[in-house]
Design a protein around this ligand. Structure first.
Ligand code: ZN
Length: 450
């Protein structure tokens, strides 16, 4: 007898939706059918939608090195709660995964603690030691550089402001055929902020600081330089944090010209919330993000300029975020456990279609980074990574149970429509109606198959 039947649901792909039953066995999909074979377990998905499990291309699980903020277990428990079955943890860790030994250490931690599948993103900045090809061989899906040196999270060896080093790393990466994502950043804009604030005679708060960095100019001007260097090095560029119109416009032009192989992703969408709820203290904290207008992002998702969305799940403790010194505040919000739900709410708001949801939350990432058709699709032979969705469910996000270690919730009391009711990883239910029952160690390191 086969293991699992999900019956009467509507399957959504990146191009269509249709009624069918899914049968899984030994962790893979073995039938997409109108038949209902006898199985050990059945879920009736009547009036529900069925999608591939969400792939989060950008999260910070803080493990190893910063486990007081988050770890592989707490972070991936949050992932399961948000409909995410496959994560790409970013490399600003301690130690940084910039050698085979460090990379293997992270894989070993994930294999022991992760509830969902994972692929650690490596740092290429030890290019002179020849680590780039070795890390590619170990199975990192791409490389990541933080073009910023500042307080945490930019204070690690995964960061550099040395453009010449970035170019050398690009040339090494080009030889591997992998991509490199770079957080684009021009430190001059960053360093000018205090002077501007002083000149304006306004208090040196985090809120004023963030408003005076000129983030769009800081990112876009750096992105123009990175585009030139990537083209010169003939490296496949991964344009990260495409949330500002001018930056998106650059990527759109490059894509139209075909002069450089570029993909674009949008992250830090947690800045749709400007405050977080502290579950332990039972109060809101205003951190002071400048409000981000996401209309440009939705528009570019719909015309295909932006290929994937990522959570940029970036948990910190309250004390680390709320310092007297804005230059040393740790920046970022947790997002993983609300991700699928919040994006379904955007579908209901008309920001993008159900088919686009599949494209930008799973299928495109799987294809771009070499995991298709094992991940990101509901085909016969694919891993049975599935989410079941009640698109009509109206509910309020509360903080009764928060899985992320920092116990902060940017979406407390948000009334939304659309809910991931089940997260299924390789045929096992790891979350049902908000209750995570996945086990640490069930998640696996997945290598790309180019
Ligand atoms: Zn990030």
């Amino acid at each position: 007898m086969y293991e699992f039947l999900i019956k009467n649901g509507t399957i959504v792909t990146s191009s269509k939706r249709f009624k069918a039953n899914l049968v899984t066995n030994q962790g893979v999909i073995i039938a997409v059918t109108n038949k209902k074979p006898k199985t050990k377990r059945v879920i009736d998905a009547k009036d529900k939608l069925i999608f591939p499990g969400i792939i989060d291309i950008h999260c910070h699980l803080r493990d190893p090195g910063f486990e007081h903020k988050e770890d592989f277990e707490t972070g991936t428990r949050a992932a399961a709660a948000g409909g995410v079955t496959f994560v790409f943890p970013q490399p600003n860790l301690d130690p940084v995964p910039n050698t085979v030994e460090n990379f293997k250490k992270e894989v070993e931690i994930g294999a022991r603690k992760s509830l969902v599948d994972f692929n650690p993103i490596a740092s290429p900045l030890l290019y002179e030691e020849g680590w780039v090809p070795k890390l590619a061989k170990e199975g990192t899906a791409w490389f990541k550089i933080f073009q910023k040196v500042a307080a945490y999270p930019y204070s690690s060896p995964a960061s550099t402001t040395n453009t010449a080093h970035i170019y050398e790393a690009f040339k090494e990466i080009a030889k591997t055929g992998l991509r490199c994502s770079i957080h684009p950043f021009d430190k001059n804009f960053f360093e000018e902020a205090p002077r501007i604030i002083e000149k304006k005679g306004i208090p040196m708060t985090l809120s004023n600081y963030l408003k005076n960095i000129s983030t769009e100019k800081e990112m876009t001007s750096a992105a123009y330089q990175l585009y030139y260097l990537a083209k010169k090095a003939r490296m496949k560029w991964y344009a990260l944090h495409c949330i500002f119109p001018d930056y998106i416009e650059l990527v759109r032009k490059i894509k139209a010209s075909g002069e450089l192989d570029v993909i674009a992703t949008a992250e830090t969408l947690w800045s749709m919330s400007d405050k977080v709820y502290d579950v332990k203290q039972e109060e809101y904290i205003h951190v002071g993000w400048p409000p981000l207008n996401l209309n440009a992002v939705w528009r570019e998702i719909n015309d295909g300029t932006i290929d994937c969305l990522g959570t940029d799940h970036a948990p910190h403790n309250r004390e680390e975020m709320m310092t007297d010194d804005p230059l040393n505040s740790h920046l970022g919000f947790p997002f993983l456990e609300w991700w699928g739900h919040i994006m379904l709410n955007e579908v209901n708001k008309g920001s993008f279609t159900l088919e686009k949801f599949v494209a930008i939350t799973s299928e495109n990432a799987s294809k771009i980074f070499g995991f298709y058709p094992q991940k990101g699709t509901l085909q016969i032979g694919s891993d049975a990574d599935i989410i079941i969705v009640d698109l009509e469910r109206e509910w309020t996000i509360t903080s009764e149970r928060v899985y992320t270690k920092c116990q902060l919730n940017p979406f407390h009391n948000w009334k939304i429509k659309g809910k991931v009711t089940h997260t299924i990883l390789r045929g096992q239910i790891i979350m049902e109606e908000g209750e995570v029952m996945g086990k640490p160690g069930y998640g696996k390191f997945i290598r790309p198959t180019y």
